[in-house]
Design a protein around this ligand. Structure first.
Ligand code: DAH
Length: 372
């Protein structure tokens, strides 16, 4: 029989006060009182609102000046036979209080921790403006447009290296040793190999040689790319600029095909109202050669400052592939004929958009670049 039941009024071996349910031995320590002490303490501990309050409640419940301690002190006055049971009962009460306190402590600690975490939480939800999206540089846009136009005419897009040998950049293109384009004033030489044999290409024409050497005929190709010349930057010159080269080699290609091709791409890029014309010129790698011009986009051919009053603007060079070039690359000039052309992409872009100074392209001023 548990001591508890005995103390709460079940028949006990000693004299029993049935009214109160307390044994005679525990008269000074009635079960009603003990139950009250227990209920009180458990309640007090269980309702603490903070860890500090809980500590205080525990002190009040089982500390030296608590009712529980007072009961304990009475143990000594009890009959030895009752003392054991009362002692066990008090021990049990202490255990219940401690359990209640532990449970409350767990709850309060968890709440305190949650509160701390909530206060420490880093807000990562800040809304920032979308990053500015860039766009393709005007020169690249024009290059891609040109590629599209020529792809539409059945051409392939070819590429070549920016570092070339003297052979590809000059010799194979029938540019003799004493030609002004070969003087070191115009050319950047690379410090490698024999002096002045390796260089940064001064035009895209060397890719004609690579295409011809490949030996796959016919050829319908355009080659856009960067070229280098030792020029001081000014409104119309940059030491690094872009060209696009065209090469067609087939059976029975004529000068009329060349003229028609130029007309077609000029209309595609500048619009149907712009006119083209060819004027005799000299290039070592074409024969006959011509410069091709377009009617001035500023004055529409009337004559203005941009076109120096002529009504025409020169875009590039062209001509029929010189048999000497075929010979240098092992292509049979009796069987094949071809035409070639080349012009500056940057130059074409400033004409089309009325840009005053080529240097704007490389100054990285967003206010300029954003306009295109
Ligand atoms: N390569 C020449 C230059 O840079 C341009 C040129 C002229 C290219 C005539 C050609 C051509 O293909 O036939 O000035």
């Amino acid at each position: 029989m548990p001591p508890h039941a005995e103390l709460t009024g079940s028949p006990a071996p000693s004299d029993t006060d049935t009214e109160t349910g307390a044994t005679a031995a525990s008269r000074g320590l009635s079960e009603a009182d003990l139950a009250d002490v227990e209920r009180d303490a458990v309640e007090r501990v269980g309702s603490a609102q903070s860890l500090d309050e809980l500590e205080e409640a525990e002190r009040d419940a089982v500390g030296r000046r608590s009712r529980f301690s007072a009961c304990y002190q009475q143990l000594g006055k009890l009959d030895p036979s009752d003392r054991k049971q009362a002692g066990q009962r008090l021990h049990e009460i202490r255990k219940r209080i401690e359990e209640a306190a532990a449970a409350r402590r767990a709850t309060l600690s968890a709440a305190a921790r949650a509160e701390r975490l909530a206060a420490d939480r880093l807000d990562l939800t800040e809304v920032l403006p979308a990053p500015l999206a860039g766009h393709i540089h005007l020169v690249t846009q024009v290059r891609e447009e040109l590629e599209d136009v020529f792809v539409g005419m059945g051409y392939e897009i070819a590429e070549g290296g920016e570092v070339e040998t003297d052979w590809y950049n000059f010799q194979a293109l029938n540019i003799p040793v004493d030609h002004p384009a070969r003087s070191s004033v115009d050319t950047f030489f690379v410090d490698a190999g024999e002096p002045e044999t390796i260089l940064l290409r001064t035009h895209t024409s060397p890719v004609q040689i690579h295409l011809l050497e490949r030996g796959q005929l016919p050829i319908y190709a355009v080659v856009p790319g960067r070229v280098y010349r030792r020029d001081t930057p000014d409104a119309t010159h940059l030491p690094v600029f872009h060209q696009i080269e065209g090469l067609v080699v087939d059976h029975g290609v004529s000068f009329a095909d060349l003229a028609g091709t130029i007309d077609t791409f000029v209309h595609a890029i500048f619009g149907a109202n712009v006119r083209t014309r060819l004027r005799p010129a000299y290039f070592p790698f074409t024969e006959p050669s011509a410069e091709f011009e377009i009617s001035c986009t500023i004055c529409d051919g009337v004559g203005c400052r941009t076109c120096s009053g002529t009504g025409w603007i020169e875009l590039g060079g062209c001509g029929m592939v010189n048999p000497a070039v075929f010979e240098a690359t092992g292509v049979d000039a009796e069987e094949w004929t071809g035409f070639a052309f080349g012009f500056g992409i940057d130059r074409l872009a400033i004409m089309r958009h009325g840009i005053a100074d080529l240097r704007s392209f490389i100054e990285n001023d967003v206010r300029f670049l954003q306009q295109f």
